[in-house]
Design a protein around this ligand. Structure first.
Ligand code: MN
Length: 716
């Protein structure tokens, strides 16, 4: 479309007649004369009568078949702000809905803040409010901006740049979000023209000089493909497709060569039925060699802005690369007009309602950001979240059922879970990505298939997740969980489970609570007080045994403290042979957790058979009448527990590696606990092994992992 092209009221009427009723056209006409009168003697910077602007905004909206209310409101959109028209008057003449639309557009335009960030926040908020009230407000706003961009030449240079920047950063991405490709693409090209005129005109120039050759090849290719489809009775339309200047600019900006880009010529095939898309694709692939990995099926897996099409790139005529898109007419409508395509369906009486419903999902995005902003985000954080999460850099991942979930780049399984549903996030205990167990901090990639493991009885998210999660939505949902949940409840729960664990380990609660101990625990866990400790146990961030171990670990060398810990036992069934004694109950002592292969001795307990310790266990002296000599059986039936500490540098997450190595080394992992320290992380692994050899192999393998500085087996 010509940027300086001005459309007249008669032209608007012609456009309206193609899809509106007589009654509706009368309403629009009335609005036009009303606005013309109100804007009388007002002029635009271009020198034209002011009414030319709203009139052309309306004309733009007819290209996406906007409904009568939207067209009417678009003609009136500047009357509230710039003339003596009042809302009451508009309600009276055109009804409450139109008045609300006009009011919504006016509100977005009136921002009076000084700093750039405050401005952006204000702007986003207004847009969000606009969308949540009626998405048509934003569609009118986009058309308004498009016309202003087409006439931007009339403004001073500085204003041109500022408007172009705002358009490129905020409005074009919103048009993309709503799927209105037509408007998005023109907004981008116009922004580039003012922001980077050199780059823009350079591309235009180069496109011009290559135009003839490109057109020749495209024509011939279209002809060939068309014949191929005709021969197979597939009714179709085929079009050459111009790449937008902005999309070429972005590719050049990424370091691509202009020749590489224009070598890829683009055509689009429209067919009637979805099935025919696949037939056409099959025919094309059988004639032209496709480039591997360039085929994308957005029909089976639509993008979240509703876009559906098959994409492929093939070696076409004369060795040129061709990008081919195949879609049905319906899909084409959505691809061009997105959310606004609902207007195009005549039978759809409630287009506005439909559009609002579809926007709901996207709204969630906006809403969570607003909530977070209300919490405590700095202005910069707020603006970054909006840009990162709502407007840019998205990846598309899948649920095990194949549903597409859109996330911002860098998202983790936590973000995925919360995006699916708060309930899923709140009860998640783990994640499987492409059939591998991954840590919750795992960075998701495009096309990953993600399964979230949940447990209905889990305590809810851990506070730590707030730092791991990438999206504001997940963060705010986790925060919401904690606000919702009574803190007291967690504190009580944590206290009870810690005391239970102390009793289980035969540790004195009073001893544990001694000032000296508590200080150590709090320091290690980086917690401020008792309550904090209980709370974090209660919410599942720390298991009680981790808390106890953190103390034990610290005092490993301190033999007097160690005495506090009484041995605990696990049954060893028939894996232990006790010398000179027949069938007798044996149990593995938890203090030193011997595994087959360790030198062991037995200790006759008062009433629970013989406990099996490692020979060098601190808890036993090798002498004494209750000590008996024991040995492992030749064949071992069970797996035995052992505990390993892993010291990791620089807070690197190595759990995934550790888990994978375990599987390779015949080791089962029972639990992993984490202790964060300033200079790294300590993982406490509780593992099950058949024998010492496997265990040692595993530990050696762990030591070879980059970032692991030390691996130790725990001997209490
Ligand atoms: Mn305007």
């Amino acid at each position: 479309m010509n940027a300086t092209e001005i459309h007249t009221f008669d032209e608007l009427l012609v456009a309206l007649k193609t899809y509106m009723t007589k009654n509706e056209i009368e309403i629009v006409t009335e609005a036009y004369y009303y606005a013309e009168k109100k804007h009388e003697n007002q002029y635009r910077k271009t020198g034209e009568d002011y009414i030319i602007h709203p009139l052309n905004v309306a004309y733009i909206l007819t290209s996406i078949f906007a409904d009568c209310e939207s067209i009417t409101a678009s003609i009136l959109h500047d009357t509230l702000e710039d003339t003596d028209a009042t809302k009451e008057e508009i309600i009276e003449k055109f009804g409450i809905t139109v008045a609300k639309l006009v009011d919504g557009v006016t509100k977005i335009n009136s921002i009076s803040v000084s700093t750039e960030n405050d401005y952006l926040i204000e702007y986003y908020k207004k847009i969000i409010v606009g969308i949540s009230e009626d998405v048509r407000v934003i569609i009118i706003k986009l058309a308004d901006r498009l016309h202003n961009m087409r006439t931007l030449y009339a403004l001073p240079l500085e204003k041109q740049k500022a408007n172009a920047k705002e358009t490129l950063e905020i409005l074009a991405p919103i048009a993309h979000r709503l799927g209105i490709y037509k408007i998005k693409s023109e907004l981008e090209d116009l922004s580039l023209r003012y922001l980077k005129p050199d780059a823009y005109f350079d591309i235009v120039e180069r496109l011009n000089t290559t135009k003839l050759e490109r057109e020749r090849v495209v024509e011939e290719m279209m002809d060939e493909v068309s014949k191929l489809l005709d021969a197979n009775n597939i009714k179709h339309e085929i079009k050459g497709r111009a790449k937008s200047i902005y999309s070429i600019y972005k590719k050049l900006d990424k370091g691509r060569n202009f020749n590489d880009i224009y070598d890829i010529l683009a055509i689009r095939i429209l067919v009637e039925k979805e099935q025919e898309c696949y037939w056409a694709l099959g025919l094309i692939h059988s004639k032209y060699k496709p480039i591997p990995k360039r085929f994308k099926d957005f029909i089976a897996m639509p993008k979240t802005n509703l876009y559906q099409t098959l994409h492929t790139t093939v070696f076409g005529l004369d060795g040129y690369l061709f990008e081919i898109q195949i879609r049905t007419y319906d899909m084409n409508e959505i691809a061009e007009n997105g959310i606004a395509s609902h207007w195009a369906y005549k039978e759809n009486k409630n287009a506005a309602v439909m559009m609002q419903n579809i926007t709901e999902q996207k709204l969630q995005f906006f809403k969570s950001i607003i909530e977070l902003n209300e919490e405590k985000l700095s202005s910069e954080e707020f603006v970054t979240s909006v840009k990162d999460e709502v407007l840019n850099n998205n990846i598309y991942v899948f649920t095990p059922k194949g549903d597409v979930i859109e996330l911002s780049k860098g998202s983790t399984p936590i973000d995925f879970a919360y995006k699916v549903h708060s309930e899923v996030g709140d009860h998640m205990t783990g994640a499987i990505v492409n059939n591998n167990i991954v840590p919750l901090s795992y960075e998701l990639n495009d096309s990953d298939i993600i399964k979230i493991i949940t447990n209905k009885t889990s305590n809810g998210p851990s506070r730590e997740w707030i730092n791991i999660a990438k999206t504001t939505q997940a963060k705010s949902k986790i925060k919401a969980f904690f606000n919702r949940t009574n803190k007291e409840e967690y504190i009580t729960k944590g206290k009870i489970s810690l005391e239970k664990e102390l009793r289980k380990n035969k540790l004195s609660i009073t001893d544990f609570n001694s000032n000296e101990n508590i200080k150590k625990v709090l320091d290690k866990m980086k917690l401020s007080d008792f309550e904090d400790l209980y709370f974090n146990i209660g919410n599942g961030k720390y298991s009680p045994i981790t808390v106890i171990n953190s103390l034990k670990n610290d005092t490993l060398s301190n033999t007097t403290k160690i005495e506090v810990i009484k041995p605990q036992y696990t049954s060893a069934d028939n894996d232990i042979i006790v010398d000179n004694i027949g069938n007798i109950q044996t149990r593995i002592a938890n203090c030193c957790s011997p595994v087959p292969g360790d030198d062991v001795i037995g200790y006759i307990t008062k009433n629970s058979g013989i406990s099996i310790h490692r020979k060098n266990c601190h808890h036993l002296s090798e002498e004494g009448e209750r000590v008996v000599s024991v040995s492992w059986n030749d064949t071992i039936k069970n797996k035995y527990y052992s505990e390993i500490v892993i010291y990791v540098k620089d807070n690197n997450n190595v759990v995934l590696d550790a888990v994978q190595l375990a599987t390779n080394n015949n080791i089962s992992i029972d639990s992993v606990n984490t202790i964060n320290k300033e200079d790294g992380i300590i993982y406490l692994l509780r593992v099950l092994t058949k024998n010492k050899e496997d265990l040692e192999k595993y530990m050696l393998a762990l030591e070879k992992i980059k970032n692991i500085s030390q691996v130790e087996r725990i001997l209490k």
